[in-house]
Each structure stands twice: as structure tokens, then as C-alpha cells.
Design a binder for this molecule. Structure first.
Ligand code: ADP
Ligand code: MG
Length: 644
């Protein structure tokens, strides 16, 4: 076969352009990335050879070798791992194979768009992002004039030479290699020859790759010079806790979790018992980019007796803990288990139960001891944890205890227990309002009455809230009740409290409830005018300042759910809503008088009905049905208001 030339996928070219011109201060991380790939390649082969022992062909122990050549200015990272064939090469070293790199590109595009918008405001530079995402193999082009990859796949005869200078094209040609594995040779740019210095290399490996479980060897250069092993070459999680520094943990977390932040929580335990295993788990301090991908992929690596089995084992923690990174290494799972057989393995089920409990307990401790730190965790992952409320019946109580919320009367985050403890006499429901933005929903007219009476309302802004609330129903026997639904009987609440916030006798929101008789004729007129555009028209108990608002009738779909479903094109029809009117509002009082005086239909009252309904929709953030008619009516009212 002759040499073939390929062009990089457009995204890769873009990435390479950024990488090559980045004045990134930590160029050294390319060594970490190449070692990480070499280590992955050895892990893969180790796994494959469990079922196919012939694969390794007696190649001996796994190792990663670094070789320098000062004259040629090359640094080579070699491994005796799985290797790549021609198709693998085309697929992985010409496209953006890894999701982290894709996320980097997406973020870059977004950051750029934001920058264009703000002109001089952007503070995330491309450079920071390289560090944040780690761009894998392509990071070698930060220091390389040219990269050559010689590789041979285990169990195949042919070897391949991949060459690129990182500017748009790469070539693949047939070559030879003694055994399976890969050599990545980086031809260093003149200004980057520091990466040929043994001291520099040793320091880099020690800093970033000490946790790698197989030996990383620096080959002697001169004849009498010995090879040196640069790392401890024992899997980090097998070491004693006291021998592991925070830095070691962090670098391991970066490697295993493909995350670039500080771990928020590190859980390292060795369990000896009926089922023996070691877990080294991390909770990130920032949100991973793929948190809300529909696949809900786990990011836990499963090892059996130090042999890597799989890197997204779903059977170790429930889906709502998918933000947890790390490894679990078990002694009690058969080594020859296939990935497919993991699903109903009783040992794994036991481990899952224990790990879930361990994570819960640690979270509980954090919530009690360091609520501010816990609040950061909840801001990042609360929306995910809440999925457990309808998925995991057995852990509901724990999840309800751990859940935190914003509310109308408190700063920061509160628990349901806090809320219930603060409930005044006469309140038997946990009130909430759901929507996209906490600040916006806190201003909703439906909350006016609650505010006036000092009744706390939870502000729910995660789409998942619409799922768990109906499935949970109650907390400590108090029903969850939407502030935008059904009749809101606030009159009984706080009656017995000495410092009651309830309005005094002359107010319509006093204990007697609104004075409905005054507005009966208006309600009748509105009903006639609006017809089936509304489900009903009622006097409101929840309004104090606004003239009208919309609420969902009991039994009807919640307004926020309807909005969510429409956003996702799951719903096209709208449910007619109840228009509530504020009998105390000056405008309503005037309209009520007019309606009472009118014999039959009053044109001004009819126009007002339409305008007020549209107004209520606008406040809800909903489109108005007929914008033209709305502006015609609005203009007419303004004209009238100006007099002659
Ligand atoms: P990632 O390691 O996150 O997948 P990289 O950009 O570092 O992303 O590598 C891309 C892919 O190239 C790897 O997933 C792997 O398939 C392949 N690869 C890179 N280096 C090696 C190697 N030394 N041996 C085998 N495959 C490799
Ligand atoms: Mg990699």
C-alpha cells in the first residue's frame, strides 16, 4: 500500500490552529496527555487479553518509555499497549474523538460569540480553556513542528506510520514495528527544546503522572546511562492514604475523571468484608459539560484486581449521581467478566448500595458542618440529585433531607425542614412557584398575597422539579401546592400568630376573604366577553397590587409544565386558564361599577377584558394570542385617556 494523504476534519484544523498559536504557559501538559493515552492503551490490551491471552504474544510487562534524542530534537512516548490499525488511526487521529475536546470547541465557539457581543468584555481566553478541558493528543502540537506516530495493533501484522505537521493534513503509510504498541514522536520546535532535558521530564512526570499504575521509564541516552523509572508505578488507589498528597489525588482525578478543576470531595476507602473493594471517588467542584446529556453516562472506572474493565460503569452508582468521578477496584468479581455481564452481577449490586450510602453520608456531613460549601455542591448538582426523588424510592427520605431550595423570604438555600419549621399556624401546604428564573418568578403577581401575609414560597427553577413534586406529593404530611394553581385560601394562615401580617379590617384580604359581591357583575361580563379563551373568571385572594393574573385550575396542567413541554415541542395546545381579578384594584373597582350600571354588554368593559387577559399573559411570559388586536385596543385606550 502506498502513502495516503488525508485532511483533518474541519473542527480538528480549527483546534490545531488554536493549539499551535496558544501562548499557553503550561505547554508541558502534552507529556501528561501522551502518557495518559499510553496508559489507556495498556489498560485496553490488558482487558482484551483476559479473554484472548494470545494477544500480547508474550510481550512481557506493560510499560511506557520516554526516549529523547537531542540531535534530532525529538521526544518519543512509547507503549506496548493495544496499538492502532489504519482505520483506528483515521478515525481517532483525524477527527475529534473525545467528547472533552468537542466540549472545548463548543465552549470556545460560545465564548467567542459572547465576546463578539460584548466587544471588550470576554474574560475566558482560549488559553485557559485548553487547560480546563485538556485537548488530548492534539496538545502535542503546542510544542511540535511535526508529530510521527508508529503503531501496530495487537494481533495484527501490519504497522502504520502517521505523520502531520498539524496544518490541515496528515499522511498514513505502511511501516514495520517489532511488536504491538505505539510510539508517538514529537519533533520539538526550537523554542521548546527544554522538553529534552531529563530533569525537566522527570519533574513533569512526577507532577502529573505519578499516579499511573504502570512504570514510566526514561531511557538512558548515553551508552553507560541506565534507564530510570520515574513514577511509583502502583495504582494510586492501592496506596496507603497517608502516602498520598492532595496534589496526587488532584492529578489522578484529572486523569481519571477528565476534569480540570479541584475535586470538591475525595472519598478513598478500602473495604474488606464479604465483598472486598477499594473506591476512590471524586465529586467535582464545577459542573461537567455533559451533565444533562440524555445518555446520563456514568464516569466511573471499574477495575477487577487492578485490571481495568470499563470506564463508564453504570452499575456502581445510581444515575442521579452521575457527576461522581473515580475508580472502583473489586476483588470479588470474576476477572473474565464481560462488560455485558456486569448488569446483574450480585457483587456489583452490593457495592452500588454501599457506595450510594457512603456518598449520601458524606453529603449529609458536609450539609451539616459546612453549609456554605454544601450550597456550592447543591448549585452544581442539585438538579441532578433531584432526579432521585422520583427514581429511587428507597432513598427518598435521604434525598428530601439533602435537597436545598431558594425561597421568597430567605437568603441563600433552605431545606424543607427549615421551611416546615417556619410555617405559621393554619398553613398546611408547602407553597412553591416554578419557572425558569428565580428572580423573575419571585416577582410574579400570583405571589402578591403570599408576600403581603409573609408566607414563604419555594422558588423552583429546575425542570426536574415538575417531575418529583407530583411523585412525592407531601413532606412531613404537608402537601406541595403551586402558588399558581387553584384557589389559594390564604385567609386562615397566621390567624393565631400574635404579630400577624394579615391586613386590617377594611382590606379585602382580611380574614373574611375578598368581597366578591362587588365584582359579580364584572365577572359575569368578563366571562361573556372572553368565552372559551379562559376556563373561568374569579375574584382573587392572592393579588394585592396587580389587577389580574392567570392561574391553573385544580386538576389542570401546571402552567410551567405546559411551558416546558411547548419549549421541547411536546405540546402544541394551550390549556385555558383561570383569570383571577383583584377586587381591590382601582381599575377593577371602576370596571365593576361600569359593568353594574350597564344594561347588557358594555363595550369598554369588553375591551378591558381582552386587554387584561393579554396583560396577564405577558406577565406570565407567554405570547399573546392576537398581537394586532392587542395593539389596536391599547392605542384606543391611550387615545381615550388623553381626552379630546
Ligand atoms: P482521549 O484520550 O480522551 O480519547 P486523545 O485525543 O488523547 O483523546 O486521544 C484520541 C484517541 O487516539 C484515543 O481515544 C485513542 O483511541 C487513540 N490513541 C491515542 N494515543 C494512543 C496510543 N498510544 N495507543 C492507542 N491509541 C491511542
Ligand atoms: Mg487522551
Amino acid at each position: 500500500m502506498t502513502k495516503e494523504t488525508f485532511t483533518f476534519q474541519a473542527e480538528v484544523s480549527k483546534l490545531l490552529d488554536i493549539v499551535a498559536h496558544a501562548l499557553y504557559s503550561q505547554k508541558e501538559i502534552f507529556i501528561r496527555e501522551l502518557i495518559s493515552n499510553a496508559s489507556d492503551a495498556c489498560d485496553k490490551l490488558r482487558y482484551e487479553s483476559l479473554t484472548n491471552p494470545g494477544l500480547t504474544g508474550g510481550s512481557g510487562a506493560y510499560q511506557i518509555t520516554l526516549t529523547t534524542n537531542k540531535k534530532a530534537k525529538t521526544l518519543t512516548v512509547s507503549d506496548n499497549g493495544i496499538g492502532m490499525n489504519r482505520d483506528d488511526l483515521v478515525e481517532t487521529l483525524g477527527t475529534i474523538a473525545r467528547s472533552g475536546t468537542q466540549a472545548f470547541m463548543d465552549t470556545l465557539t460560545q465564548a467567542k460569540a459572547a465576546k463578539d457581543k460584548k466587544k471588550n468584555g470576554a474574560n475566558t481566553s482560549d488559553i485557559d480553556l485548553i487547560g480546563q478541558f485538556g485537548v488530548g493528543f492534539y496538545s502535542s502540537f503546542m510544542v511540535a513542528e511535526r508529530v510521527e506516530v508508529v503503531t501496530r495493533k495487537a494481533d495484527e501484522e501490519a504497522a502504520w506510520l502517521w505523520i502531520s505537521d498539524g496544518t490541515g493534513e496528515f499522511t498514513i503509510d505502511e511501516t514495520t514495528r517489532d511488536q504491538h504498541g505505539t510510539d508517538v514522536t514529537v519533533y520539538l520546535k526550537k523554542e521548546d527544546k527544554e522538553f529534552l532535558e531529563p530533569q525537566r521530564i522527570k519533574h513533569i512526570v512526577k507532577t502529573y503522572s505519578d499516579h499511573i499504575g504502570i512504570p514510566i521509564i526514561l531511557a538512558g541516552v548515553k551508552k553507560d546511562e541506565e534507564d530510570q523509572t520515574l513514577n511509583q508505578a502502583s495504582a494510586l488507589w492501592t496506596r496507603e492514604k497517608r502516602d498520598i498528597s492532595d496534589e496526587d489525588y488532584k492529578e489522578f482525578y484529572h486523569h481519571v475523571g477528565q476534569m480540570w478543576d479541584e475535586p470538591w470531595l475525595t472519598l478513598h476507602n478500602r473495604i474488606e468484608g464479604v465483598i472486598s473493594y477499594t473506591n476512590l471517588l471524586f465529586i467535582p467542584s464545577s459542573r461537567p459539560f455533559d451533565l444533562f446529556n440524555p445518555e446520563r453516562k456514568a464516569h466511573l472506572k471499574l477495575y477487577v484486581k487492578r485490571v481495568y474493565i470499563t470506564d463508564n460503569c453504570d452499575e456502581l452508582l445510581p444515575g442521579y449521581m452521575r457527576f461522581v468521578r473515580g475508580v472502583v477496584d473489586s476483588e470479588d468479581i470474576p476477572l473474565n467478566i464481560s462488560r455485558e455481564m456486569l448488569q446483574h452481577n450480585p457483587a456489583l449490586e452490593k457495592i452500588k448500595k454501599a457506595l450510594t450510602k457512603r456518598v449520601f453520608n458524606e453529603l449529609k456531613k458536609k450539609a451539616e458542618k459546612t453549609p456554605d460549601e454544601y450550597a456550592k455542591f447543591w448549585d452544581n448538582f442539585g438538579a441532578v440529585m433531584k432526579e432521585g426523588l422520583y427514581e429511587d424510592f428507597n432513598n427518598r427520605d435521604m434525598l428530601l433531607e439533602l435537597a436545598r431550595f431558594r425561597s421568597t423570604t430567605q437568603e441563600g438555600l433552605i431545606s424543607l425542614k427549615d421551611y416546615v419549621e417556619r410555617m405559621p399556624d393554619g398553613q398546611d401546604a408547602i407553597f412553591y412557584i416554578a419557572g425558569e428564573d428565580a428572580e423573575a418568578i419571585a416577582q410574579s403577581p400570583q405571589l402578591e398575597g403570599f408576600k403581603a401575609k409573609g408566607i414563604e414560597v419555594l422558588l423552583l427553577t429546575d425542570p426536574v422539579d415538575e417531575f418529583w413534586i407530583p411523585s412525592i406529593g407531601t413532606f412531613e404530611e404537608k402537601t406541595f401546592k403551586s402558588a399558581t394553581r387553584g384557589g389559594a385560601d390564604l385567609s386562615a394562615i397566621g390567624k393565631n400568630k400574635s404579630n400577624s401580617d394579615a391586613k386590617s379590617e377594611d382590606g379585602a384580604t382580611s380574614d373574611g376573604g375578598p368581597d366578591n359581591a362587588k365584582v359579580e357583575p364584572l365577572i359575569a361580563a368578563f366571562k361573556v366577553a372572553l368565552g372559551d379563551k379562559v376556563k373561568d373568571v374569579r375574584a382573587s385572594e392572592r393579588l394585592t397590587d396587580s389587577p389580574v393574573c392567570l392561574v391553573a385550575d385544580d386538576g389542570d396542567m401546571d402552567m410551567n409544565i405546559e411551558r416546558l413541554l411547548k419549549q421541547h415541542n411536546q405540546l402544541s395546545d394551550s390549556t385555558p386558564r383561570v383569570l383571577e381579578i383583584n377586587a381591590d384594584h382601582a381599575l377593577i373597582t371602576k370596571l365593576a361599577k361600569k359593568a353594574k350600571a350597564a344594561e347588557g354588554i358594555d363595550a369598554a368593559v369588553e375591551e378591558a377584558a381582552f386587554l387584561l387577559l393579554d396583560q396577564a399573559r405577558i406577565v406570565e411570559g407567554e405570547p399573546i394570542a392576537d398581537p394586532l388586536a392587542f395593539s389596536r385596543r391599547m392605542a384606543a385606550v391611550m387615545e381615550k385617556g388623553l381626552g379630546t
